[in-house]
Design a protein around this ligand. Structure first.
Ligand code: GLP
Length: 234
């Protein structure tokens, strides 16, 4: 894994944004794998400011909560519209469907979307417990899109986005680790002291499903962009 250490979150966003735009400009048809959460917010802001041409770009997002209407303000559908999709025009935008009575069918359908749109560059955030997407510790490295029960730690980290802690959904649909590893290139971003332990484990820990991000050690083209704080334990 190639590591790029930067000073702070602002620099991190610029470095990652440049890498993504280079990829967008490199081909006639591009598929980007996108992430939600706090980490990519600065990158999406740069998209809104610079407005690169994305007419030839298809996006597939990592995950979505189960049981939230797409239009619910706290859904990842809403997050992506607010941050990116309402501001730039894309070829197509896909997110998993977490609001259906047949979640297994929805997982299969999403895996088919990923198969038809092989990801050129996958952007990832890193959970404090080493999760990628919503793949919690213990998830198989060969997993495809599936339903997960969120851990206490993940629900706790995400409660800031909800009015009440009890509103944080208990389940989510996520691309599997196997689905994520199919991407031709992966850029994972992490900033702040809260991520330092997970960054260390991801980079130099033993490859094990106890830390999902260690699966990235087996991928041939991963760039880790971290700020000084997130890199302190390495
Ligand atoms: C969340 C999301 C992930 C995200 C990660 C880190 O639970 N499901 O896609 O990358 O955890 O989140 P943040 O960037 O807010 O720290």
């Amino acid at each position: 894994m190639k590591v790029i250490e930067v000073k702070n979150a602002e620099e991190l966003s610029m470095v990652a944004y440049e890498k993504i735009v280079d990829k967008i400009n490199s081909k006639e048809e591009v598929t980007l794998g996108l992430a939600t959460g706090g980490s990519p917010l600065g990158i999406y802001e740069l998209f809104r400011i610079n407005k690169p041409n994305t007419a030839h770009v298809t996006t597939v997002n990592l995950d979505e909560y189960v049981g939230l209407n797409e239009n619910d303000q706290t859904s990842y559908h809403s997050y992506m519209k607010k941050q990116l999709f309402n501001h730039l025009s894309f070829k197509a935008n896909y997110l998993p469907n977490g609001n259906t009575t047949n979640l297994n069918e929805a997982c299969k359908a999403y895996e088919e979307i990923i198969r038809k749109n092989p990801v050129d560059l996958q952007l990832l955030g890193l959970g404090e417990n080493g999760h990628i997407g919503f793949n919690e510790p213990g998830t198989s490295f060969t997993s495809s899109t599936h339903i997960v029960e969120l851990t206490k730690s993940t629900r706790n980290a995400n409660k800031i986005y909800f009015e009440n802690e009890k509103d944080v959904p208990t389940y989510a649909v996520t691309m599997g680790i196997g689905s994520i590893l199919k991407a031709k290139e992966i850029v994972i971003i992490a900033y702040g002291l809260k991520k330092a332990a997970a960054v260390k484990e991801m980079l130099i820990g033993q490859v094990s499903d106890g830390c999902p991000a260690t699966a990235l050690q087996n991928h041939p083209n991963v760039t880790v962009v971290v700020d000084e704080e997130a890199y302190t334990l390495c």
